[in-house]
Design a protein around this ligand. Structure first.
Ligand code: GDP
Length: 534
């Protein structure tokens, strides 16, 4: 098991064995397939295909899901826990939208590492690059899985070069593929001097692993076709000479990524990747908070909400807040303090996401994700503690890049619309602004697809057809400054002012010029494009 960082105390074993991570990838690279295999080898499901099957069943339940399906967006569980060897893995799903969404960013605040899946034929694609940049902002350690090696793929050195160049990170081969496409036979485990031979007959079986004593071992010739042996020897020799050796510290700091080559659909390379996550991904890390950092080994429980999902059951207006435990040992029935409202909250029915099923959680440890059903009290960014006033920081809300006005198809239902919009705002699905002049709302999103999703969900979940219409505004900035200055500014710029869904003041802008003008003429006012959620 991993060593504690030098200046950090050793964690209690239950915490130290946890690995909480997300998978980042471009659509179609194989995230769903890999997730299935994780669950299969984690003993959480009996047969690959169940994750997808569950997804399908859910999708048919609503138009929204059907719409996601049409667009090829994968829908799967938000958090999944499973055991592998000595480890407890918590896999947090990143939304698969091709539009960058805040949801994705916030999900990445809840994990300690990311697994980057790339397609061996396509290399680093656009969505992978964007997600990688987000991980980099937080210096998240990244482990790479190069998938679909059973297909014609690129030259191994090319793939590694591309990652190094496009993502500016050192790449060290944890395994080396032998052959490719039809000739792909397996991989050489560079870390343990083992041969892993792929079984093409049984896709759910773990590959055969053969211990050898290096590249001169005669066993090599028994397992690898003669025409590939020389190439393998040559490539590994070159790789050892040209590429950096694995440096666990550099991996933890996010400067180096180990890469495994495999084929998720053939279960190949997955076990080695899982062992790699155990060995090289970090144990639960401290959480940034005000006025002090929270360390996972603290005996008191703290956690923060990074995602809210409403209407998981459309018949009940329930919400589930996804909470990452930042410290301590949580037990069911605990009374925690909801720091924002200073109210106590008894967590009597927390949900643990074991396998793909929701299960009542009796206990959980720092690093785990629990779901807390609630009626809207818990919002994204909220902190829960055993009484101390702490606020986890770094969970941002972004200024929307697209704004539209929204009206209820039936004007009598304006109140319902407000309720629906507020719910989606709480989920983080959109920003809702109420202009100071006039009636109606302005909705802001980061990606265009979100308008469609929102419209479909309001109609589906509230039976309320809505119309989006264009507005003169294109973006919004949060306004801060001394109170009298802000009030004077707001009074002078009434047509631009609105309140966001938390009641905070924003300045709606038509073009960059509006922002430049404020910066020039109002040094007493600060406009910002992000707001820290609290
Ligand atoms: P996601 O969009 O990233 O979740 O990708 P999926 O897991 O749904 O995979 C996309 C497609 O690639 C599916 O048709 C998979 O069956 C296929 N696929 C996944 N892994 C492999 C692999 O190792 N080899 C091959 N040939 N196809 C794969």
């Amino acid at each position: 098991m991993q060593q504690a960082a030098p200046n950090r105390p050793a964690l209690p074993p239950e915490i130290a064995r946890r690995r909480t991570f997300a998978i980042i990838s471009h659509p179609d690279a194989g995230k769903t397939t890999l997730t299935e295999k994780f669950l299969l080898f984690g003993g959480a499901i009996q047969m690959a295909g169940q994750v997808r099957a569950k997804g399908e069943a859910r999708r048919t339940r609503s138009d929204f899901m059907a719409m996601e399906k049409e667009r090829g967006i994968s829908v799967s569980a938000s958090a999944m826990s499973f055991d592998f060897g000595d480890f407890r893995f918590n896999l947090v799903d990143t939304p698969g939208h091709s539009d960058f969404s805040e949801d994705t960013y916030r999900t990445l605040t809840a994990v300690d590492a990311a697994v980057m899946v790339i397609d061996g034929a396509k290399g680093v694609e656009s969505q992978t690059q964007k997600l990688f940049e987000v991980c980099r902002l937080r210096d998240l350690p990244i482990l790479t899985f190069c998938n679909k090696m059973d297909r014609e793929s690129r030259d191994t050195f090319d793939i590694i070069d591309e990652i190094q160049e496009n993502l500016a990170i050192d790449v060290t081969p944890a395994s080396w593929p032998i052959g490719m496409g039809r000739d792909f036979v397996g991989a050489y485990d560079m870390l343990n001097d083992r041969l892993e031979i792929m079984d093409r007959a049984d896709r759910n079986r773990v590959a055969e692993s053969i211990k050898i004593t290096g590249l001169d071992d005669p066993k090599l010739a028994e397992c690898v076709p003669a025409n590939l042996i020389d190439q393998l020897r040559e490539e590994i020799e070159m790789a050892r000479e040209l590429l950096p050796a694995l440096d666990p510290k550099a991996v933890l700091e996010g400067h180096m990524t180990p890469i495994w080559f495999g084929s998720a659909i053939n279960s190949f390379g997955v076990k080695e990747l899982m062992q790699g996550i155990g060995a090289y991904a970090p144990e639960p890390q401290p959480a940034r908070a005000e006025p002090r950092e929270i360390a996972p080994e603290e005996s008191k429980v703290t956690g923060f909400v990074f995602k809210v999902q409403a209407n998981m059951d459309p018949k009940h207006r329930d919400r589930v807040a996804f909470v990452r435990l930042a410290s301590g040992h949580f037990e069911r029935g605990m009374k925690l303090t909801h720091v924002r409202t200073k109210k106590p909250m008894t967590v009597s029915a927390p949900v643990l996401f074991l396998a793909a099923d929701r299960e009542l959680a009796e206990e959980a440890w720092a690093g785990d994700i629990i779901g807390i059903p609630n009626h809207g009290q818990l919002r994204i960014g909220d902190t829960l503690t055993e009484g101390e006033t702490l606020k986890v920081t770094g969970i941002p809300s972004f200024a929307p890049e697209l704004l539209q006005g929204v009206r209820a198809g039936d004007p009598m239902k304006a109140k319902h619309l407000e309720k629906a919009l507020m719910q989606f705002a709480e989920e983080g699905a959109a920003k809702v602004f109420k202009p100071q002049i006039g009636s109606g709302f302005i909705v802001g999103v980061v990606g265009a697809l979100q308008f469609e999703v929102l419209g479909a969900r309001i109609e589906q979940e509230y039976g309320l057809p809505v119309r989006f219409e264009s507005t003169q505004f294109t973006s919004a900035r949060w306004v801060s400054g001394a109170k009298p200055a802000v009030e004077a500014f707001a009074a002078r710029n009434m047509q631009h002012m609105a309140a966001d869904n938390d009641g905070d003041l924003v300045y709606l802008t038509r073009m960059q010029w509006d922002i430049d003008r404020v910066v020039r003429d109002h040094p007493e006012i600060t406009l910002s494009a992000t707001k820290e959620l609290m």
